[in-house]
Each structure stands twice: as C-alpha cells, then as structure tokens.
Write a protein that binds this ligand. Structure first.
Ligand SMILES: [Zn+2]
Length: 51
C-alpha cells in the first residue's frame, strides 16, 4: 500500500509529519523535519532548479 504524509505538528524548531497508509489510514510512523533540514532541502532544490 502507498503511504500518505500528513503534517501532524508544527513546533518552533521543527515540523512533525505522520505517515498514513492510504488503504486503511493506519499510522505507519512519524518523521521530524528540523529547520536545518528544511534549509538544506531548499538549498538543494534551488541548485537543482538552476541547473
Ligand atoms: Zn493499510
């Protein structure tokens, strides 16, 4: 089954996402994205777009 990512909680220094099964909406785990992670992702993204 594919999974769906849902924004669960927004904290000052990080966001917490929850993974849900698209079939039965069962929670499959959580992921924390820190601000540092977001900045890195944005940097990588802009580099990719410029190429
Ligand atoms: Zn399921």
């Amino acid at each position: 089954m594919p999974v769906r990512e849902r924004l669960l909680l927004i904290l000052p220094d990080k966001d917490i996402y929850e993974y849900l099964c698209t079939g039965c909406s069962e929670s499959l785990g959580q992921r924390e994205v820190t601000l540092a992670d977001k900045r890195l992702a944005a940097l990588r993204g802009s580099r990719r777009r410029h190429r």
